[in-house]
Design a protein around this ligand. Sequence first.
Ligand code: DX5
Ligand code: ZN
Length: 222
Amino acid sequence: MADVKIAPSVLASDFGKLADEIRAVDQAGCDWIHLDVMDGHFVPNLTFGPPIIQSVRQASAKPFDAHLMVSNPDRLLETYQKAGADIITVHAEVCDHLDRTLAQIRELGCRAGVSLNPHTSEDCLRYVLDRLDLVLVMSVNPGFGGQSFIPTVIEKIARIRDMLGDRDVDIEVDGGITPETAPAVVQAGATALVAGSAVFKGGTVESYRQNMQAIRDSVKDL
Ligand code: DX5
Ligand code: ZN
């Protein structure tokens, strides 16, 4: 399973030197940069928004994977695109008009993603399958890094893989991903793995490289 993508979540990085941390995971060989946007409303925590994304955009040429944990994503979609997001993922739980939101993300030239909280059924994807580029399956309750993986999502990933058929849609899994939990989600059909605390340990490019390699090694023989 050599082509699983690794998306380090900068939530676990040192925000005091965010651009340097992004450069470091880029050099260490990540595939995407996962940006956790939190609004203090949809989730209890607050992080950053478009101005900060824009200010670190020059730190890496790799795709910026913006995970919007916000209650009203529609009104700022274009702002995120202009700030440099390549993938924009919204939460199904807050989108009254999910079909339209996904169409708008693609019209902006970005890849369109939907995220599902651990308790949210995959049924809401059924009629937007052709609008999707990515499904972000939350394997923790969003809002904080360093939480424990919730194993019930493994079955959900497999169901989503079935629903997608032969569509070219990534299934990305987010929360509690480590070399121990990665194999089960990849086996179920995940093609991209978000990892925060499992990657940003050690504080150096070399340690980030080793941390990502440990995740890649755990899934390479599947
Ligand atoms: C949680 C975020 C995750 C988080 C993952 O709300 O969406 O991206 O940073 O962190 P770990 O890998 O530490 O569970
Ligand atoms: Zn995330």
